[in-house]
Design a protein around this ligand. Structure first.
Ligand SMILES: *Cc1c(COP(=O)(O)O)cnc(C)c1O
Length: 414
């Protein structure tokens, strides 16, 4: 380690408020002489957006300033659309101002109403896109391993009102797309996927967006590929295109025709330009995240009661989240306790997804017995995962987790 780095670490240690330092020291007195890890100087969050070089964005802005085309499917929007079609290997693509509206309008375009069977282990946008279509989300439990909707439990939830299935590829772990397709075909249901976590994910060499009737990707700043805010739908049926274009642009067909009550959900030229430049730094971001993922897996190896959520070999990693699962009994601390204690080291992890969608304020009455989802929401923790984090920070994080486990065991057996 270079000298300046060592002195930086020492300074960090010295700059701890004396009282905090004393308290930590006291709490571990006699812990086989293991010193508590030094907290991070600045809070470390779960995500930090990747950004293209500013000069490149400025050059894009200059061309926008010259053209004075700021929105309404301008040339940069068109270019991004073509490039994303290639990156996602998508037959058809439509861009939106965010992933939530993309999904809500996608369901609208499919015409699904009545009941839509979906997962409770997701971000609120998933069931909300169903509710905004005046449809009812019916929550199905998840598979213990994939953390995605369990096809074996879908069948029992199908009623005469069921019109669709909405799966989520949680952390880029694909749903059992074939199992879902079988049920959908047998029962005449539409299938949509929320692939907000699954950009560039491939299953058995097939792009994840090629499954189902349509798939949503989010380009929010916290996602690996982003346009600050944005999203898209990819789909196999080209006839959806014109309907989606109407739905995202007030339903306006042409100057004289407003065909339906559409919304305004267009992606503008400035954000499209950020997206174009993000595509240029995408591979580098992915490579750096791969190294961070590997270091996490290595340095968390062998911790009793802690499991890294791993992407199966037949799946291309979307590199979106670094999730771990804590078995409270075996680890020695419940997930919530670990979350709180890591905060005292300035490490801000996230409980994705807690609470379950069935526990929101509006309390969906269609909630059934959901043991796997309930358990996952109590055990999962997402650790910081972005290229700037660097592998050294990963090792410090692993040391913090090991220390907290050792400390809790000491108290337990004292
Ligand atoms: C990010 C996210 C969304 C929402 O996407 P926005 O682009 O922010 O609207 C939806 N579903 C999941 C699972 C997400 O993680």
């Amino acid at each position: 380690m270079p000298h300046d780095k060592i002195s930086m670490l020492n300074t960090a240690e010295a700059s701890q408020p004396a009282s905090v330092h004393k308290a930590i020291q006291n709490s571990v007195a006699g812990l086989n002489g293991v010193k508590p890890p030094v907290p991070f100087d600045e809070p470390i969050f779960v995500a930090k957006p990747a950004l293209p070089p500013l000069e490149k964005v400025i050059a894009q802005l200059e061309s926008i300033w010259n053209s004075r085309i700021l929105s309404n499917q301008g040339p940069i929007h068109q270019k991004l659309q073509v490039e994303l079609q290639r990156v996602l290997r998508a037959e058809n693509i439509t861009l939106f101002c965010n992933g939530t509206l993309a999904l809500a309008l996608g369901l609208r375009a499919l015409g699904v109403q009545g009941e839509i069977i979906t997962t409770p282990f997701t971000f609120p946008a998933t069931p909300h896109s169903v509710l905004w279509n005046n449809a009812t989300p019916v929550f199905c439990d998840i598979d213990r391993e994939t953390l995605c909707i369990d096809p074996d439990q879908i069948e029992a939830l199908i009623s005469p009102r069921t019109e669709g299935i909405l799966g989520v590829h949680v952390y880029g772990l694909p749903c059992d797309v074939k199992g879902i397709q079988r049920i959908a075909e047998a029962r005449g249901l539409k299938v949509a996927y929320d692939a907000a976590h699954a950009f560039m994910c491939e299953l058995d060499g097939q792009p994840i967006g090629s499954y189902g009737d349509l798939t949503m990707f989010s380009f929010h700043a916290t996602k690996l590929f982003h346009t600050v805010e944005g999203g898209c739908l990819v789909y196999n049926d080209p006839t959806l295109k014109s309907r989606l274009d109407l739905l995202k642009n007030f339903g306006i067909r042409d100057e004289d025709t407003v065909e339906l009550a559409g919304l305004n959900a267009k992606l503008n030229e400035l954000q499209s330009a950020i997206g174009l430049e993000m595509l240029r730094v995408l591979n580098r971001e992915r490579e750096l995240r791969k190294a961070i993922r590997m270091r996490y897996i290595e340095s968390l190896e062998g911790i009793e009661g802690l499991k890294c959520i791993l992407i199966p070999p037949k799946v291309t990693d979307s590199l979106q989240y670094m999730a771990i699962r804590i078995d409270a009994q075996r680890f020695g601390l419940p997930r919530d306790e670990l979350y709180t204690r890591l905060k005292s080291f300035n490490l801000m992890t996230r409980k994705y997804f807690f609470p379950l969608c069935t526990d929101y304020a509006y309390r969906n009455p269609a909630a059934t017995h959901l043991p796997n989802a309930t358990k996952a929401s109590q055990e999962i923790l997402c650790l910081p995962f972005y290229s700037d984090l660097g592998v050294e920070a990963v090792e410090r994080i692993a040391a913090m987790i090991r220390f907290l486990q050792a400390e809790s065991r000491k108290h337990h057996y004292a």
